[in-house]
Design a protein around this ligand. Sequence first.
Ligand code: HEM
Length: 198
Amino acid sequence: MDKDNGFFQGLAQRVLAEMPPEDRFSQADAEALARHKGALLALGDELVRAFYDTLFAHPPTARVFREGERPDREETLRRWWQRTVQGPLDEGYFAWMAKVGLVHVVRGVENPMMLAMASFVAAFVEHKTHEGGHPEAEPLTEAFYRLSMAVGAVITHGYDRYRALALYNVAGMEPALLERLTVEEAREMLEAIRKEGA
Ligand code: HEM
């Protein structure tokens, strides 16, 4: 179990380290969110409803869910919101997000769906804090965007890593080899496209 947690923690650390520090979710952002956790917590119920109304109104995302599953999903998202807003938004939190990414892979949730909903949550916070005339609406919105980007990056990078690991387990292809072949393939495609265009 510790070994697994180390995997998720390492994955999350690598992702965050790749983001330029100026744009990365920071300690100052975490503090801004912590100062207003009461106001953020109060948005929970409305956020959860809007989140699932959106997913259920769109056939490709609605198809992911099983009959009668919505109340359970609302409850897990409500708990995610409470844990997110209450913090701490530390290594353990981002390792948990990497694990949550894996849960979504198992259910066939694709990266574009995850990224769109990470953006949805940030836009919801922006809209609600401005609409409510919150005195720190701007810094709160910016902090939340960076948090959403970090969560989205951890989850989607996780998707790539699990795919590479699956290929290794099933076909014995080393992740480093897969990466090299991917780059080579992309280079060849690009060359072919450029030749066609010439
Ligand atoms: C910002 C985006 C999202 C967040 C933060 C999020 C968060 C979560 C969390 C915390 C869980 C519980 C994980 C666990 O049991 O350990 C969960 C489960 C689930 N989510 Fe999401 N989710 C997001 C986007 C989506 C999207 C876009 C879909 C579908 C289109 C989706 C469908 C599901 C499903 C089906 C489960 C249940 C998985 C299972 O236990 O079988 N989620 N989500």
